[in-house]
Write a new protein. Structure first.
Lengths: 159, 798
């Protein structure tokens, strides 16, 4: 993969900032614009920057877990959040909330919608990672893209 | 009872889960719940025979009056004795039969327990729909048991045929149950029994329902013309055939008919259908059994024949015949299971089931020969065995019955009994080596003595057959109580071996005499069967009908698929968008009386103009990448519109979606040619213009109608309530998010599930096309886990 210094450096800076932004969207979403879906998409955008800079390998090293693990965890978290109220005899997805007093931040209110939203976040992020995993491989460059046939690529020798 | 059913399920699941780790000990574990059931049933038998049914109930869906109402009366007791008793014996018999641990034996044992639980539930259910659930569970476990040897294509085909036939019958049965339950106003069998008069007047709904119920029962009990799956199912190991396909599951249809006959027999075509089908099955099954050389197939067709006999007895709804049916049920359970085990022993020791290759059996086989002769004699109806009492009672009851067609039924039953005698004799002679072809027979010489563990389970059944025959007082109370349980109006006569010289005895002597003649003239009979077979061979057999139906469905499906999905992506797209545009637009146009006044901020105008420009540019772009980028621009401008409207959340989402979508589009575009082959025609083609115009018009109308939809409605919109309740009820100020994760959380759950499915599908597609390109599929980096995508399934059309 051809790498450009400018892109590499700025992506290194931006990637984490955007990930933090996505986490902010996730956590603030219940009261301000944002939420798990937007957060997940933003994280996906951060991933796409890594991809632009370093190709699929950079995406793979950016996260410790494989895409399908993230995807499955997200779905499991959301489903679990939906089902937990059943154990207490409540309806599916029934709402509950707690307030915690934290030292610096003051009173923090968390609702059961948060873990559900975390699940949504993980599913959307996992989806983005899956797509990069699936379609991110470099197309073979030994023939120009424009001359390739419309149907599936032809078999060829790998050097 | 519920606890017992659950115990079966738990033990079955456990044993299946342990797989082959238990080896043949799995059968001992599987037998535990069956033994517990047997003990429980025997402990309760005193009360139950006295007429006190044990009832339990577990509400399933209260609002729909769905419940697992269980009712254990004397007829259920008869069935439970068969299910649990034969089950325990089969489990005891299986380990020596599978003398070598084979893969899949553990699963077989676990499935046996699961099946026994389903069957137990079936025979104690008092609610038609609960009965249906157990009914289907027995079909499914039977399918798994037949196909347990999953590497054998014959077993797989037989299993498929069994589940297709019984499953289709199950659906018909469900329809019949629903019609019946709605017409009667109750789904409880015990309450149906009191509704006889009412139902008879209910009219054509019930007339249809009874036929549907009968069709369901016929498929399960292998009646003509649905019987072809049962001989096929004989590919399963002999313990399975013994248990499911002779002693229990195939009796489910008979059981259901018996339960409903007292109420439904006078209604519609019930009696005509059940007598015709039962009698036909009895004669045809006997005829075919007489033609077999394979001992197991002989018994299978014999079972079909006996099931037809039971259908006739139970289906008529006359209590003397019902009583004969109960005796036959007990007798058949005992002798047929014992005979199946004999087949298993012979197969196990001699390695063949072909009567032409079985030679004279040695001294060590004496107990087996005794079991064979007694079992076959009971099947043939020879005194003093239980089978004789059953047939005697049956002939007596049919002869004394008053309904139309009784004489026909009597003739058919007598013909069937003669054939039964003949094939019983053929079985006994064949299994003991009297019918060996002259040049064969050496199989017996090398046979070693069957282990005593193989012999005692069928011996128990044989002892019971003789004991109940010689001293029918042993089963008298049970039979009479079961008859009264089926038909409360019954006053059953005592069960006796010798009732004096009457018509039935004369008929019995006639049957045995004719049977002996058939046996003595067996060479002639075989010739006659061959010539009749040549004539009837031109008629389609039920097996052929089954195969033609399955093939036909596959062929029609293929033809439809080739028309509907021929691979042109533009055409698919056109069909999808035109459907989406035209179908909703029709009612919209009707609602659109006057154009609403759309009046918002001035910022809309320049944004809208830019959107139009970008959209036109996207449609006319020469290169794919430019088109995608222009589409992205349209999306961003839409987000601008949302901002102008004061919807930051929507705008944020639109922004993020647009960004990611554009990047992903580019990813895919890298493997496509840069430009379109016909970029000029794309814009000017009248078809494409027409489709695009129609979609645009539909979206426009949709927007107009939805903006004006609330103009003449006085109710407050739903959104107001959501805004009001967001903060106090859901503790969130962002209403959009509260709707997504709280008010409409279930929708979101569904949507993210769709996302996961889409992701898996996309990866599958990508891998499939890569595999087609001749490249090895990459085993994904460090994690290396497989997502479980089946490669190469999808037809990639670009």
């Amino acid at each position: 993969v051809k790498r450009l210094l400018v892109v590499d450096t700025s992506v290194r800076l931006l990637h984490h900032s955007i990930l933090v932004l996505s986490l902010y969207f996730l956590l603030a979403g219940h009261n301000q614009p944002g939420g798990g879906f937007v957060g997940g998409l933003t994280a996906g955008a951060a991933v796409s920057l890594r991809f632009v800079a370093g190709g699929p390998e950079a995406v793979r090293t950016a996260f410790r877990f494989r895409p399908w693990t993230i995807l499955g965890t997200g779905l499991a978290v959301s489903v679990a959040t939906a089902l937990v109220p059943l154990l207490a005899g409540n309806a599916v997805l029934e709402h509950d909330d707690v307030s915690v007093d934290l030292p610096v931040l003051g009173t923090v209110k968390a609702t059961s919608a948060l873990p559900f939203d975390i699940g949504v976040y993980l599913v959307v992020l996992g989806l983005a990672l899956m797509i990069f995993e699936a379609f991110g491989e470099e197309p073979r460059l030994d023939e120009p893209a424009g001359d390739r046939p419309l149907t599936a690529p032809q078999p060829e020798e790998v050097p | 009872m519920l606890a017992l059913i659950i115990a079966h399920a738990a033990v079955g699941a456990l044993v299946v889960g342990l797989g082959d780790r238990l080896g043949r000990r799995a059968f001992a574990v599987a037998a535990a719940p069956m033994a517990a059931t047997l003990v429980w049933a025997l402990a309760r038998s005193g009360d139950v025979v006295d007429g006190d049914a044990v009832t339990e109930s577990l509400t399933w869906v209260g609002g729909l009056d769905l419940a697992f109402d269980l009712r254990f009366d004397a007829f259920s007791l008869v069935m439970v004795l068969l299910v649990a008793g034969v089950g325990v014996l089969v489990c005891a018999w299986s380990p020596p039969y599978f003398s070598h641990d084979r893969p899949g034996t553990g699963r077989l044992a676990g499935l046996l327990a699961l099946f026994a639980g389903s069957m137990l539930g079936l025979v104690v259910s008092d609610h038609l729909l609960a009965l249906f659930v157990f009914w289907e569970l027995t079909s499914v476990t039977s399918y798994l048991l037949i196909g347990n040897d999953d590497r054998n294509p014959v077993a797989r085909a037989a299993a498929r045929q069994a589940i297709l036939v019984t499953g289709a019958g199950g659906l018909v049965l469900l329809a019949g149950f629903v019609l019946l339950g709605q017409a009667a106003g109750t789904y409880r069998i015990s309450e149906l029994a009191e509704l006889g008069e009412v139902l008879a007047l209910a009219g054509s709904t019930v007339d249809v329902a009874v036929v549907l119920v009968l069709v369901g029962a016929f498929t399960k009990s292998a009646q003509a013309p649905f019987g072809s799956w049962l001989p096929g199912a004989m590919v399963a190991p002999t313990p399975i055939s013994t248990y499911l396909h002779s002693a229990t599951m195939v009796k489910a249809g008979v059981y259901l008919v018996a339960r409903l006959a007292p109420v439904l027999a006078p209604i519609g075509a019930w009696r005509l259908v059940v007598l015709t089908v039962g009698a036909t099955t009895m004669v045809m099954g006997g005829w075919r059994a007489l033609r077999q050389h394979d001992l197991k197939l002989m018994l299978a067709y014999g079972t079909v024949s006996q099931l037809g006999f039971m259908m006739v007895l139970f289906g008529a709804g006359e209590y003397p015949m019902t009583q004969a049916g109960v005796v036959l049920l007990l007798a058949h359970g005992a002798f047929k299971a014992a005979l199946f085990m004999v087949v298993g022993i012979v197969d196990h020791e001699l390695g063949t089931r072909d009567i032409q290759r079985i030679g004279r059996l040695g001294r060590g086989f004496t107990p087996v020969i005794v079991i064979t002769v007694v079992g076959a004699a009971s099947m043939a109806g020879v005194p003093p065995l239980l089978g004789f009492i059953a047939k005697e009672k049956a002939l007596d009851a049919i002869e004394g019955a008053g309904f139309a067609g009784a004489t026909g039924a009597l003739v058919a039953v007598m013909a069937g009994s003669v054939l039964t005698f003949a094939y019983s004799a053929r079985f006994a002679l064949g299994a003991t080596g009297r019918l060996a072809a002259p040049d064969a027979g050496h199989e017996a010489a090398s046979a070693h003595t069957p282990s005593r563990w193989l012999v005692w389970p069928p011996m128990v059944l044989t002892v019971l057959t003789v004991a109940a025959g010689v001293a029918p007082v042993l089963v008298d109370d049970l039979v009479r109580a079961a008859t009264t349980a089926i038909d409360a109006a019954a006053s059953p006569s005592p069960v006796r071996l010798w009732v004096g010289v009457n018509t039935a005895l004369v008929l019995s002597v006639l049957v045995i005499g004719a049977g002996v003649v058939l046996v003595l003239l067996r060479a002639g009979v075989e010739r006659a069967q061959r010539s009749v077979g040549r004539v009837t061979g031109v008629l389609p057999s039920s097996q052929l009908v089954y195969e033609a139906t399955v093939d036909g469905i596959a062929r029609v499906a293929q033809r439809i698929t080739s028309v509907v999905q021929h691979g042109s992506l533009p055409l698919y797209l056109a069909v999808v968008v035109m459907t989406a545009a035209v179908v909703p637009a029709v009612p919209f146009l009707r609602d659109l009386d006057e154009l609403p006044v759309v009046n918002h901020t001035w910022v809309h105008a320049p944004l809208a103009a830019l959107i139009v420009v970008c959209a036109v540019a996207a449609a006319t772009a020469r290169r794919r990448v430019s088109a995608v980028l222009l589409l992205g621009a349209v999306g961003y401008l839409m987000a601008g519109l949302y901002v102008a409207e004061g919807a930051p959340d929507l705008a944020l989402t639109q922004f993020a979606v647009e960004t990611l979508a554009t990047v992903m589009f580019v990813l895919v575009l890298r493997v496509l040619p840069r430009g379109w082959a016909d970029s000029r025609r794309a814009v000017t083609s009248p078809v494409r213009l027409g489709v695009s115009g129609a979609v645009a018009a539909a979206v426009f109308v949709f927007a107009l109608v939805t903006t004006s939809a609330r103009d003449d409605v006085s109710e407050p919109p739903v959104s107001e309530e959501m805004v009001e309740r967001a903060a106090p009820d859901a503790k969130g100020n962002n209403v959009v998010n509260v709707i997504l994760v709280d008010f409409r959380g279930l929708d979101t759950l569904g949507e993210i599930t769709v996302l996961v499915v889409a992701a898996v599908g996309a990866v599958g597609l990508a891998r499939a096309s890569r595999r087609r390109a001749g490249e090895q599929p990459r085993t994904a980096g460090a994690g290396g886990a497989d997502v479980g995508v089946h490669e190469g399934d999808e037809e990639v059309a670009v």
